[in-house]
Design a protein around this ligand. Structure first.
Ligand code: C2G
Length: 153
């Protein structure tokens, strides 16, 4: 397919769900622009990011499917971006289904199925669970594993 595709997102703790989306978006057009939410804009979304904007933008910029990265600083910039970059398709995960239908006056609007089983929120929860294991528990677990290894080789 031809034309410019644009999407918007935080892309905090970059994971396979983000990669799957960007790969599919790249297949939808000849150029993929990704607007990465700034830390300030995320604060407005009520999202506290772990990785600062510059690093999130650099990671997304390094993905082979991505041609251009711009900052997302506000909700209202989408129409300007679509016109400035002559965007053919706006696309985003279907957790946003219906939120951006108004953009269909300016370009095609596509909602893509999210990747199940992975989210930045879940990754943060797993990290918290892991870090909450005490040093003593880890040492005790190690001793048990060591004993099992001796018993069962
Ligand atoms: N995504 C996905 N599968 C997941 C997790 C995320 O397909 N398991 C998609 C989301 O649907 C979104 C993109 O990856 O299209 C980025 O996700 P977030 O970083 O969570 O983006 P969000 O904070 O929802 O910001 O103006 C739009 C907002 O900036 C979107």
């Amino acid at each position: 397919m031809s034309g410019c595709v644009i999407t918007y997102g935080t892309f905090d703790m970059f994971h396979i769900g983000h990669l799957n989306l960007l790969r599919r978006l790249a297949e939808m057009g000849s150029r993929l622009i990704v607007a990465v939410s700034t830390d300030e804009f995320n604060a407005g979304k009520g999202k506290r990011t772990l990785i600062p904007f510059e690093q999130r933008a650099e990671i997304v910029r390094s993905i082979r499917y991505v041609d251009t990265v711009i900052p997302e600083t506000c909700w209202e910039q989408k129409v300007d971006d679509i016109q400035r970059y002559d965007v053919h398709t706006f696309a985003i995960g279907d957790d946003w289904r219906g939120h951006f239908d108004y953009l269909s006056r300016y370009c095609e609007v596509v909602y893509l199925p999210r990747t199940d089983g992975v989210s930045t929120t879940e990754l943060k929860r797993s990290l918290n669970r892991f870090s909450s294991v005490s040093r003593e528990d880890l040492l005790r677990a190690f001793d048990v594993l060591e004993a099992l290894r001796k018993d069962f080789g």
